[in-house]
Ligand binder design. Structure first.
Ligand code: S3P
Length: 204
């Protein structure tokens, strides 16, 4: 006789879908790329990497130090090299800095070798999340909200080139965001991904 297990048990024991392409999270500062990315990686049983943390480690400097001593172009160069290296590693979840997907070469590499997800949020929400957190050199200005508004306007067309878009909203948990990402990527797999490989092995 087949015994029906309680829902909580079946949910706990369901194996996560197997990832065959890295999931790259893109979007503005405050979108939740790192915190949601960690949750997503745990949910899928894969590794998580944050490109900013990798750049800091490679340079032996913090992001503000890199910006102030070497300048933004040197940071972008390091960012591109770090991301290209990470894309050649085993599939996992990669959170990128807010400017990474705007750089043509970095965006091209991500589009060719991974599945990209834009974590979209409105500026008020982004600003509330970043306002009391130092460490973002681009926001060390008199009116950081104006900078965020301007970046949002200029960068959104590039972020929109991501394979999948998932909206964030106030109060949504990292868990709920991670689940929405898995659902959205599964739906994208079902579309055929423009002829590129599916992200999950069991697709469609
Ligand atoms: C930047 C975003 C930051 C970091 C750097 C530049 C940007 O990452 O890479 O300060 O250009 O938007 P987060 O988006 O993780 O804050």
């Amino acid at each position: 006789m087949i015994e029906r297990l309680p829902k909580a048990v079946t949910e706990r024991t369901a194996a996560p879908p197997r990832l065959t392409r890295t999931l790259v999270l893109v979007g503005l500062m405050g979108a939740g790329k790192t915190s949601v990315g960690k949750r997503l990686a745990a949910m899928l049983g894969v590794g998580f990497v944050d490109s900013d943390a990798e750049i800091e480690e490679a340079a032996g400097m913090t992001i503000p130090e890199i910006f102030s001593t070497l300048g933004e172009p040197a940071f972008r160069d390091g960012e591109r090299r770090v991301i290209v290296r990470l894309l050649s590693e085993r599939p996992g979840v990669l959170a990128t800095g807010g400017g990474a997907f705007v750089e043509p070469t970095t965006r091209g590499e991500i589009r060719a070798r991974a599945t990209s997800i834009w974590l979209r949020a409105d500026v008020d929400l982004l600003y509330d999340r970043v306002r009391d957190r130092p460490g973002r050199p681009l926001l060390q200005v008199a009116d950081p909200k104006a900078v965020l508004t301007d970046l949002n306007a200029r960068r959104s067309p590039f972020y929109a080139e991501a394979d999948v878009t998932v909206d964030s909203r106030r109060g949504i948990t990292h868990e709920a965001m991670a689940k929405s990402i898995v659902e959205a990527v599964r739906a994208y797999d079902r579309t055929g991904c423009g002829g590129r490989p599916a992200t999950f092995e069991d697709a469609p």
